[in-house]
Write a protein that binds this ligand. Structure first.
Ligand SMILES: [Zn+2]
Length: 320
């Protein structure tokens, strides 16, 4: 009798409990178990795995016949109690994760695109790290590209700035070195040396024409240095040597040539008087001639020429 009443008024159902909490009633526990297994083993896309900390507990009960079983809500509650771990790929730059994408292919694609236009001099080390997280923090490939592109822009700008600074510094150093060497030549105002031979200035005066300049009064570039001084001013040799020429010579006018050895000669032209003769050994204190304006000359000056193995060189490279 009691059994009959039970059968009329009640129906069997499984009470589902998870971690001590009753989730509801289901008709068939196998239905829930099958669904749960399917859910747990669903490793589509970037899902690495799913776990449930405790398994549901089923208890056979009799519930009111009119009461509907709750498969949907029970299943949803179970699903919500699971933890999903995602397997994603982080694009790293200089060891730091910059953007997370679903697949390795996407990450590789991003890296290849970012690498384009980087000539290897920009210090940006790109890499891929496989990461497992319980939050799916991925972004779209386009979004990741944007992030990496921004970083690239910053890096390239920094590199260019650094490069420009380096070039600026090199230019500054070169200019400083040049200024130094210029300072070195100008400080030997009164004396210098050539091939180890000490040189002295031949006459006090004003430089009126430099080596190498061209003018209407000459057929070619100036082969010496003109030092304007009063006519009659004594001229000394720039270094000790032997007189190899002492006399008039065309456009040079009165000319003295001194040989200093090692192929080095000095010429003193346009002189008003000559005080030495060929073969004479002189030192740099000997007055060899006097300033004049003989030959191709427009006013009293000494034309000083220094020759190395017969070729005129700029006296100002060694003197003044
Ligand atoms: Zn001259």
């Amino acid at each position: 009798m009691i059994l009959l009443i039970v059968c009329i008024k009640y129906k069997p159902a499984y009470e589902v409990t998870l971690a001590g909490e009753i989730l509801g009633y289901v008709k068939d526990k196998n239905y829930i178990e099958t669904k749960l297994n399917k859910f747990i083993n669903d490793t589509n896309n970037n899902i690495a795995f799913r776990e449930i900390s405790e398994n549901p507990v089923y208890a056979l009960k009799f519930i009111n016949k009119d009461k509907k079983t709750e498969e949907k809500s029970v299943m949803l509650a179970i699903e919500n109690a699971t933890t999903t771990t995602y397997r994603n790929f982080a694009v790293t730059a200089d060891g730091e994760q910059k953007a997370v994408v679903h697949s390795e292919t996407e990450a590789e694609d991003i890296i290849n695109q970012i690498k384009e236009g980087l000539d290897g001099t920009v210090d940006l080390k790109l890499g891929i790290t496989e990461i497992y997280t319980t939050n799916d923090e991925t972004v779209s490939e386009a979004e990741a590209m944007n992030t990496l592109n921004e970083l690239k822009t910053v890096k390239v700008a920094a590199y260019q700035e650094e490069k420009a600074q380096k070039e600026k510094e090199e230019k500054r150093k070169a200019a400083a070195a040049k200024a130094k060497s210029f300072a070195t030549t100008t400080t030997v105002a009164a004396s210098g040396s050539i091939s180890g031979i000490s040189l002295a200035i031949p006459v006090n005066g004003t430089i009126s024409s430099r080596f190498g300049v061209r003018s209407s009064s000459r057929s070619s570039a100036h082969t010496g240095l003109d030092i304007a001084a009063s006519a009659g001013t004594g001229v000394r040799a720039i270094a000790p040597g032997t007189i190899t020429y002492a006399g008039y010579k065309g456009s040079y006018g009165n000319l003295v040539i001194v040989s200093h050895g090692n192929g080095i000669e000095s010429y003193y032209a346009h002189c008003s008087a000559i005080y030495v003769s060929v073969g004479q050994n002189i030192d740099s204190n000997t007055t060899i001639s006097a300033v004049g304006s003989t030959g191709n000359s427009t006013g009293p000056h000494l034309h000083l020429e220094i020759r190395v193995n017969g070729t005129p060189v700029n006296p100002q490279d060694y003197l003044y």
